[in-house]
Design a protein around this ligand. Structure first.
Ligand code: AHM
Ligand code: MG
Length: 347
């Protein structure tokens, strides 16, 4: 009988040798992420039942600290990865600076670094809307054994060795890629096991959904306004449906399955865009490309942008290849820096 991987654990073991520098370290890292995801999932699902939406500094009746869920998720992921001595450094949207991690022998022997947004879209938790964790993994560029440096984290997205997200939604899913396509695993909460439910996920080449916060329409660059007009035109396959949850992982996940485009452009309100290159755009762009989609800043491939600082923001156009190309076509009518002549970049 042929073997068919069914659970995440089986899938990781089955595919370990496909990875060119395989030493089992990356597999253990993905396993650690799935463990942290289960812990966060458990807590997110209690929102509304117990008071876990309190601000940092609050104490409950037992005198324990009550933390916001995004801070809680950050701690769970950090601690799980630190305790397992599986990475040599972590940068998180929730931390001002990157964290250097040394092993019990006081050395920095691991070769991977991880960047993450521990709970993206956390403002949606109060209203029971899906949120997500986004992660990105690189091989360090500084010598193993030494503390990590900023340059380990400021690598272009093309250098990612793995990226993924967890969506805490109707069901909880872990979707990730190590460069051989994208696979999705659904959590069976009764036994705490992720099962392969969405093998080889692919973006439809074209789609019928556009996702953007149109409330900011008057602040958008002209190229975006023109593309939105195109989306709304009456033709054989348009107008597209407008669908915007305001939770990147959820909007991305739906668009990858159904075919669509997600846009968070620059605006006169947010001249750099809102989303972070290292924690949000690079990992989502990596998954998008692995699934046959595209991701750009309207002009340039996201994965080729050379980061200049940890919390850098960029505009983000991501989705079905044909739709992103259409959007780029409208953007190209206006030179990339025309918008910034009116609204100077602040970084
Ligand atoms: P966050 O990292 O502070 O949660 O912000 C990121 C979120 C994305 O999930 C979402 O797509 C976007 O911000 C929504 O922003 P807006 O409310 O401006 O439309
Ligand atoms: Mg975020």
């Amino acid at each position: 009988m042929t073997r068919k991987p069914n659970t995440l654990g089986e899938f990781i073991i089955g595919n370990q040798n496909d990875f060119k520098y395989s030493s089992g370290e990356l597999s253990r890292l993905i396993n650690s992420i799935s463990l942290a995801a289960k812990v966060v999932n458990h807590e997110v699902n209690k929102a509304g039942l117990v008071d876990i939406l309190g601000s940092i500094g609050d104490t409950n009746i037992q005198g324990e600290d009550q933390q916001k869920l995004d801070v809680y998720a950050n701690e769970v992921f950090m601690q799980t990865l630190i305790n397992r001595e599986i990475v040599c450094g972590i940068a998180s949207e929730e931390e001002d600076e990157f964290v250097k991690i040394e092993g019990r022998n006081k050395s920095h022997d691991n070769k991977y670094i991880l960047l993450m947004d521990p709970l993206d879209g956390s403002s949606n938790i109060d209203v029971n809307v899906s949120v997500g964790t986004i992660f990105s993994i690189y091989r360090r560029v500084t010598p193993i054994g030494t503390p990590v440096e900023k340059e380990d984290f400021l690598q272009p997205g093309t250098q990612q060795v793995a990226a993924g997200y967890v969506i805490y939604g109707t069901s909880t899913m872990l979707v990730y890629s190590t460069g051989n396509g994208v696979n999705g695993f659904t959590l069976n909460p009764a036994i705490g096991v992720f099962y392969l439910s969405h093998p080889y996920m692919k973006y439809p080449n074209n789609g019928g959904i556009y996702s953007i916060n149109e409330g900011y329409y008057s602040h958008f660059p002209q190229g975006v306004k023109d593309y939105l007009k195109f989306c709304q035109e009456e033709t054989e396959d348009r107008p597209y449906k407008g669908r915007y949850i305001g939770s990147l992982v959820s909007d991305f996940h739906r668009n990858m399955i159904k075919g669509g485009i997600y846009i968070y452009p620059t605006s006169s309100k947010a001249p750099e865009g809102k989303l972070r290159l290292l924690y949000e755009c690079n990992p989502m762009a990596y998954i998008a490309e692995q699934a046959g989609g595209k991701a750009t800043d309207g002009y340039n491939r996201i994965l080729e942008i050379k980061p200049t600082h940890l919390h850098q923001r960029v505009p983000f156009f991501c989705g079905s290849a044909k739709m992103v190309e259409d959007a780029e076509h409208f953007m190209a009518k206006y030179p990339e820096d025309a918008f910034y002549k009116e609204v100077p970049k602040t970084f």
